[in-house]
Design a protein around this ligand. Structure first.
Ligand code: FRU
Length: 492
């Protein structure tokens, strides 16, 4: 079986599992994160169509409202004015006769290039993949195509374009996840599309007619699985523009299963050329996937990922809902070891969740942020545990020069044999001091090391929530560990 057929087979299995699952127990409220977006009920995977418009961040997401496992995909919808507190909105896109609604993106068509709105009231345009399961079941190869929907009321309601699909399938089974970028100096739109283990680029003047431009990836990057959910955007470094291409991959991540790799390079409006020599990962942990960025945020690049892994996402021990998003993260292009890297740190808006700062803490209640500054010549460890002796240990291993998160004895792990593991990430920074910024929720930890140069995200399901903490390390003089209790964000 070819690697990229893996997903299709897996998803069919997920749909079968669906019928057997019970709906709802006490663990559902125990495990629901307090500072991470989750669907009210049902299944969620990839973040989709993220666009900022008139002061509102829109977050759409892959959603099965009828069960808490993957199934017929819709676009769920939530909005926020601060990336921190979220309001659930009605489902934005439902399946139709062309298929279910897979991942994609959304843009503000400011100049009304599509003619779907007016100059005075420009449309928001979403582009997504139609997945036609009936064609897939008939062993046809053309079961994925690209469709468009638009909104003339600031993203509240969406209408499908009557001439969908706008890109027909040329006979390739994995052909999905369009992400659109406006190329200012050429006054045109470019779509990045994941096609097996390559990215295809298409160009358009009006979002409706698309021309194939080029493809990227044959000899670059990781190829342990199918490429999915790309994102192409410019970033400045010392007054020069570079282009970043994010490419999600499943499986083939650095710690198994799904993960986000990226390339730094140049895009001339037709072709992407990478200047990255080795494979680069935006997050080395097991639980950040399908991450892409918001459109229309000016110079800021704000990223969010799905906080799970296809290896076990369908069977994690929650029942009425499944999966959370990561904390929104802001990306920056930096140089380290004479090479370009992307740093990702929590978007500054999320800092407003802080309610206090203390220097000593032995017991805690999630959510909690911990900031540490340590000398890089010793080991560092942070243990979160409970009275059942279940624990998560994370930290820095000096000998290996690696960060790690160990969830081997973290409570419920038997739902998948790959779950109970220790995961590692290389330290990229060569600075003498290590800075760790750790965001702890009831069932997740996000580790931002060296100002976001090496990051790891991991989820866990203890039988009793972790409420004790122990930190060990050689702290930088006059910089004791800081514990910052956080308030839960609002979900309406
Ligand atoms: C990535 C992905 C996408 C697809 C969607 C289906 O997680 O497999 O490629 O569009 O999920 O839900």
């Amino acid at each position: 079986m070819k690697k990229w057929m893996f997903l299709t087979g897996f998803l069919a299995l997920a749909s079968c599992l669906h019928a057997q699952l019970p709906t709802g127990t006490g663990s559902d409220s125990l495990y629901r994160p307090l500072i991470h977006f989750t669907p009210k009920t049902g299944w969620m995977n990839d973040p989709n169509g993220m666009v900022f418009y008139k002061g509102t961040y829109h977050l759409f997401y892959q959603h099965n409202p009828n069960a808490s496992v993957w199934g017929p995909m819709h676009w769920g919808h939530a909005t926020s004015s601060d990336l921190t507190n979220w309001k659930h909105q009605p489902i934005a896109l439902y399946p139709d006769s062309l298929g279910t609604i897979f991942s994609g993106s959304a843009v503000v068509d400011e100049k009304n290039t599509s003619g779907l709105g007016t100059k005075e009231n420009p449309p928001l345009v979403a582009i997504f993949t139609y997945h036609n399961q009936a064609l897939a079941d008939q062993q046809k190869k053309n079961f994925q195509s690209q469709g468009i929907a638009f909104s003339l009321d600031n993203g509240s309601t969406w209408e499908k374009y009557v001439k969908n699909p706008v890109i027909q399938n040329p006979g390739i089974p994995d052909f999905r996840d369009p992400k659109i970028t406006w190329i200012e100096n050429q006054q045109k739109w470019v779509m990045s599309l994941a096609v097996q283990d390559r990215i295809y680029f298409y160009g358009s003047k009006n979002l409706l007619q698309w021309e194939y431009l080029s493809q990227f990836g044959k000899t670059m990057g990781a190829h342990g699985g199918v490429w999915e959910c790309p994102d192409l955007f410019p970033m400045n470094y010392e007054n020069k523009t570079y282009w970043i291409l994010l490419v999600n991959i499943n499986p083939g991540g650095p710690n198994g299963g799904s993960a986000t790799q990226y390339f730094v390079g140049d895009f001339n409006g037709r072709e992407f050329k990478s200047i990255t020599s080795e494979v680069k990962w935006l997050d080395f942990g097991p639980d950040e996937y399908a991450g892409v960025t918001w459109s229309n945020t000016g110079d800021r690049r704000i990223f969010i990922g799905w906080m799970s892994n296809w290896t076990y996402a369908n069977v994690v021990p929650t029942e009425t809902w499944r999966s959370a998003m990561t904390i929104p993260r802001e990306l920056k292009l930096v140089k380290a070891k004479n090479e370009f890297f992307l740093c990702a740190n929590p978007a500054e808006e999320v800092n407003d969740l802080a309610v206090d700062t203390v220097e000593n803490l032995l017991t805690y209640k999630s959510p909690l942020r911990v900031q540490l500054m340590a000398e890089a010549n010793t080991n560092i460890s942070i243990v979160l545990y409970n009275s059942l002796k279940e624990k998560i240990t994370l930290g820095y291993d000096k000998k290996l020069n690696e960060y790690y998160i160990d969830r081997t004895n973290s409570g419920k792990t038997s739902f998948n044999s790959e779950f109970a593991k220790k995961h590692n990430a290389p330290r990229i920074s060569e600075a003498k001091q290590i800075r760790l910024d750790i965001w702890i929720d009831r069932t997740s930890v996000e580790l931002f090391a060296d100002d976001g140069l090496t990051n790891m995200t991991s989820i866990f399901f203890p039988n009793q929530l972790f409420d004790r903490i122990k930190v060990n390390g050689k702290w930088v003089k006059n910089r004791p560990p800081l514990f910052i209790p956080l308030k839960p964000n609002e979900f309406k």
